[in-house]
Ligand binder design. Structure first.
Ligand code: PRP
Ligand code: URA
Length: 206
């Protein structure tokens, strides 16, 4: 399932990020805020369990989150989405997957992976601002599946149709959430209109 999260605040903030004159500080702040806005929607169907508690006034049977949630940023750019989501989902644990895309071949290369203990039974949310060819996302999904993950969501800011198709074909059971579905990839594998190289814009590198 592909879900494009349309909201005026998301659209406005993403427009600021797309502007080429948007500096590192504003780019990071807008990404953080959009990730927070997306958290509401991507957590809408999280399972709850019944619990008995005591309020200051009386005993009360109510509900709380039933499953561990593991956030998996794809390094580097995925790091820019972690705080916005983690601030709103209190039980979150954070894994890391280090991948970079070879600029010539566009193939993803793995350089790091680290997981918490409960990946197998957790709701796993892979986060990365850019879904271009889908190579990095598919590699990350393969990696968390190797850890036993069964309930996997992919959360990106901007996606290209080519990347969405690649993930849907390789992992049809993974739900994909985007803030925007853009037009296409250019001949260098960049999303058009996109926002350029997300990692470089977040960290001020080139
Ligand atoms: C970017 C982006 C994704 C990947 C998307 O990362 O953050 O991880 O490219 O491209 P794909 O869908 O074609 O695989 P990059 O490799 O530039 O690394 P970085 O985050 O360290 O900048
Ligand atoms: N990675 C990025 O950071 N931007 C793109 O447009 C494509 C891949």
């Amino acid at each position: 399932m592909l879900k494009v999260l349309e909201h005026p605040l998301i659209t406005h903030k993403l427009t600021q990020m797309r502007r080429k004159e948007c500096g590192t500080k504003d780019f990071r702040a807008n990404l953080d805020e959009i990730a927070g806005l997306m958290a509401y929607e991507i957590s809408r169907d999280l399972p709850l369990r019944t619990v008995d508690i005591e309020t200051p006034v009386s005993p009360y049977t109510t509900k709380e989150l039933a499953k561990d949630i593991v956030l998996v940023p794809i390094l580097r750019a995925g790091l820019g989405m972690v705080n916005g989501i983690a601030n709103l989902i209190p039980t979150v644990k954070i894994a890391h997957i280090g991948l970079y895309r070879d600029e010539e071949t566009l193939e993803p290369h793995t350089y790091f992976e680290k997981y918490p203990k409960n990946v197998k039974d957790a709701v796993v949310m892979i986060v990365d601002p850019m879904l271009a060819t889908g190579g990095s996302a598919n590699a990350a999904i393969d990696m968390v599946k190797k850890q036993g993950a069964k309930n996997i969501r992919l959360v990106c800011l901007v996606g290209a149709p080519e990347g969405v198709k690649a993930v849907e074909e390789a992992h049809p059971e993974v739900d994909i959430y985007l803030a925007a579905l853009d037009e296409k990839l250019n001949e260098h594998g960049y999303i058009v209109p996109g926002l350029g190289d997300a990692g470089d814009r977040i960290f001020g590198t080139k």
